[in-house]
Design a protein around this ligand. Structure first.
Ligand code: CU
Ligand code: ZN
Length: 185
């Protein structure tokens, strides 16, 4: 009887030991897991559009650097936003409205108070190509302002930064999903 009880206690100790070890390993994995430092959205044309491109987001000292190269545009300005959802659809409407976790008004990218997703306009040259470089402190890869998994939308018209809540930028010409990317070595 005493022997049996001892064996049971030993077996129990063994189980507890394994559990504690697994928990310790899990905690270590969590601690060692590197944060997201880069994300990429590949822009896919919507129906009847030829607009395509690539947007790279890179974390740098608490800010996010945005680099975009977009082609197939009409020359001039086009609204450029992060929208709430990252789902492509033929008309681009599956991306919902501008990503706005702070419940602020629509504004230009330079405004202190704005939708987190308000990235202003991109400007296409005569060949229909637009490039954009900006650094922003509203965008984030973590927490409530995280843009991971959300959508990038390129619009038909210029964003006027006044009309609420869209900037009157018109139709949606390309949509991309912001995906976690391999960090640059
Ligand atoms: Cu938009
Ligand atoms: Zn907006």
């Amino acid at each position: 009887m005493t022997i049996h009880r001892g064996a049971a206690v030993l077996a129990l100790c063994g189980l507890v030991g394994i559990g504690a070890q697994a928990r310790a390993q899990h905690a270590e994995t969590k601690k060692a897991a590197p944060g997201i430092t880069k994300a990429v959205a590949v822009l896919v044309p919507t129906k009847n559009s030829k607009v395509e491109g690539r947007v790279t987001f890179t974390e740098d000292g608490g800010k996010i650097k945005v680099h975009a190269v977009i082609t197939g545009l009409t020359p001039g300005k086009h609204g450029f936003h992060v929208h709430q959802f990252g789902t492509w659809s033929e008309d681009g409407m599956a991306t919902g409205g501008h990503f706005n976790p702070t419940e602020d008004k629509h504004a230009d990218v330079t405004a202190a108070m704005r939708h987190v997703g308000d990235l202003g306009n991109i400007t296409a040259d005569e060949s229909g190509k637009a490039t954009l470089e900006l650094e922003d402190s509203h965008l984030s890869f973590h927490g409530a302002n995280s843009i991971i998994g959300r959508g990038v939308v390129v619009h038909e018209k210029a964003d006027d930064f006044v009309t609420q809540p869209t900037g009157a930028a018109g139709g949606r010409l390309a949509v991309g999903t912001i995906a976690i990317a391999q960090p640059t070595p």
